[in-house]
Ligand binder design. Sequence first.
Ligand SMILES: Cc1cc2nc3c(=O)[nH]c(=O)nc-3n(C[C@H](O)[C@H](O)[C@H](O)COP(=O)(O)OP(=O)(O)OC[C@H]3O[C@@H](n4cnc5c(N)ncnc54)[C@H](O)[C@@H]3O)c2cc1C
Length: 409
Amino acid sequence: MSKIAVIGAGIIGVCIAHFLRKNGHEVILYDQNEPGTQTSFGSAGLFANRECVTANSPKLWKNLPAMLLSKNGPLVIDWLYVFTHLPWIFRFLRNCTTARVEHIAKSLSSFSSHAKFAYEEIFNEVDVSKYIVHKEPIYLYESKELFEKDQYALNLRKKYNVHFDIINKEDIAKMEPSIEPIYYKGIVFKGERFTKSPIQITKKIFDNFIRNGGHFVLKKIDSIFRKGDSLFLKCDEQEHYVDKIVVAAGVWSNILARTIGDNFPLDTERGYHIIFENNSNLLAHSVGWAKTGFYMTPMDDGIRAAGTVEIAGLKKSMNKNMLTMIEATARSILPQLGKVKSQWMGFRPTLPDSLPVIGESQKCKNVYYAFGHQHLGLSLAAVTGKMICSLIENKPTNINIEALSPYRF
Ligand SMILES: Cc1cc2nc3c(=O)[nH]c(=O)nc-3n(C[C@H](O)[C@H](O)[C@H](O)COP(=O)(O)OP(=O)(O)OC[C@H]3O[C@@H](n4cnc5c(N)ncnc54)[C@H](O)[C@@H]3O)c2cc1C
């Protein structure tokens, strides 16, 4: 059995640590923050079983001007940031051709189709039943035009077995009577579920890992390096020997990758959430709103409106306009919403093709990467954990991750 350091205790790192410890390895999980408190804290809570649609789309050119001009759109761009990061933007656009989007959808659906089974393995051992709601999320279109614009994505989902039903106004009103009837149609994601507390999902898996003999060190890792055949981590000016390292540091992963000579086109899609004071029974499902790109999910601490995309890097502070837009739209959909309890922004880790990076470093043997899960990190964390475990143990799996190779760029 190996001594393995996992860097990053977001949902991805915690699930990796879970599977490695379960298989008997000595596992040390490092994070400078408490587990699950960064990007993983603020998600909309959806477990998407088979999602295959990403931000890359051949329709982007056609839809982009309207998206950018709309005051209430799902996408906001800081042009100064974009102009200083043009190579990333070009790479992203190269991944918006029909052929590339088909490749992305096929690769993602083949990976995400194992997501539910991988979580079942964890949930059989870790009781999170209190935090899981077995109600299928719904996604609503305000107008016929928006519904028709989304046909390309819906056809892609059909092709790659993402199961959904189309629902009309009457169905929606029965499912969610408190929502203003300002919608045209919707879809229901069949067989999916959501959590009432993303932080508790991470925390419960983490607590189980510690109970089973895993270790946690509340420290920032500064670098990874080799001395001869041996592998080390550096933190607080001290060197720590390990057999293997997994970099699962979300959007910050490339900082560590660079210390061993790797360099990945990792950027961020900033996302926001607002929590409204608890209005019990106002919503039963997690409800997405196509026009503005966020979901409203009934959570333990209130109704959380979470989503949207802002391209503006890691340094800029929260965009108040984005929060104002989310609040105003949420109130127009659900006028009975209570007071705003809290506001949050987080950093989705995103590669230009929206596929995660999963695999071993070619620059430094025994260093593995698991980051870049963009909008789907909560959903894909367990299958990522299983995959990393198989790679480390050199065991064959039926999951093909060629498309997720760190060296595909
Ligand atoms: C608004 C919003 C809504 C979302 N909704 C959903 C959803 O409904 N369903 C879904 O599947 N996904 C959703 N996502 C995406 C999901 O939240 C992310 O993909 C996921 O949280 C990424 O997890 P992570 O573990 O890679 O990153 P993080 O949670 O950010 O964890 C990375 C950890 O690494 C640590 N770290 C970084 N550098 C170092 C270092 N040098 N040393 C030690 N530790 C380090 C950080 O402190 C952090 O704790 C959403 C995201 C946002 C922003």
